[in-house]
Design a protein around this ligand. Sequence first.
Ligand SMILES: Nc1ncnc2c1ncn2[C@@H]1O[C@H](COP(=O)(O)OP(=O)(O)OP(=O)(O)O)[C@@H](O)[C@H]1O
Length: 421
Amino acid sequence: MSTESDEPESSSVLFIDDDPDIVKAARLLLMREGIAVTGAASPDAAWPLLAGRSFDVILLDLNFARGQTSGAEGFAMLDRLLAADRNAIIVVVTGHSGINIAVQAMRAGASDFVIKPWNNERLVATVQRATDLRRAKTKAAPDIAANTEDRLLLGEDASIVRARDTIARVAPTGAAVLIQGPAGSGKSLAARALHHASALADQPLVTLAAGTPLSDADIIDAAARARGATLLIEDVGELGAALQPTLARALSDVRVIATSCEARAELKARLDKDLLYRLNTIEITLPPLGQRGGDALLLARHFLALFAGRYGKPAKALTYEAEEAIAADSWPDDVRGLRQAMERAVLLGTGEEHGVDDFGFAIDDDDHRPRAIAADLNLTRSEKVLVEAALKRHNFNVSRAAKDLGLTRAALYRRMAKYEL
Ligand SMILES: Nc1ncnc2c1ncn2[C@@H]1O[C@H](COP(=O)(O)OP(=O)(O)OP(=O)(O)O)[C@@H](O)[C@H]1O
């Protein structure tokens, strides 16, 4: 938001670095220049902050895991940040030995780099330059400063990593993309992410809701408005047979993204061949949340932090039982249902932590385990989920996680290898 004042506008920095002392040093230094620094200890911890607001500059450490020097995690984050906001201003932070890596990062889209330990004056100058660059870009395209919640397809399950990768690769091409998945699984979000990452991001995204009553004229009108831009056809499998040829004919000079709850075979039976051919050059499938491993827990934490920020409530941790129940639930209303459950918990939860009661899970009276776990007969999956939850809870400290799980360190390491954690 711009302010009418002679004072220079203060700027905001998100510093993603696992070393709290480094973040603190930057905060104290930059504060004197009117620059506010928010810290995030890991890429995971950064997303809820990014979803809730926008930052002028992102300082990104490239190495997170202890002893890592390849920068792989930082590069992955750099790609994701730029996919979420192609005008993000990212300054990578690296040690002396990482100059080559910093140069590679700039080739990959970073705006600048800082070498640790830094020279104070140089850090201030770099951040100020980066802020100016952001301001210039924001002026050119005012909507980029809007919060990025509608572009972040979060998750670490292989299916979501693949979906993000496909989005990043096909967005600039203009190819037609069909996104399949159950209701509430993130199809519209994926479509918007695709649009924002495309060369047509500055043009409108026209939506045609195929599941609502439509006439030929509605279809022709939507396609005309989307000419030279992108048409999002939601629930394309619901489109009446009589209207399908009209749509197929109207889709010239339009980038098409379609979503469908139906799987491919069903869609094939329902849709006119020409229309399907026009829609499914590239297919992206979003599996139900209950089949995405640890993503339910990751998303739950994300939404809790997001809503805590939005409603000005304290950020609370989840109890162990609540984590287990969230990880093991089948989430019939998918991500939408989980999102609502987390919003309700933030608004209504009264305890110091979010417990199972905040989410309407019932505890089994016999073994004091959440019922959702008892109902899940897939032992392998439950074990993976529990191991992952314990590791995350203890910030990947293996000794503490092993103790929590009642395992020896060796037994935990074996399971981590088995589940590729
Ligand atoms: N991977 C994700 N990361 C973050 N938020 C998500 C994710 N997936 C879904 N959401 C959020 O969950 C809600 C439901 O997602 P969305 O509307 O995209 O689902 P949909 O599959 O299009 O549903 P429908 O078929 O009912 O239209 C939205 O608020 C969306 O932002």
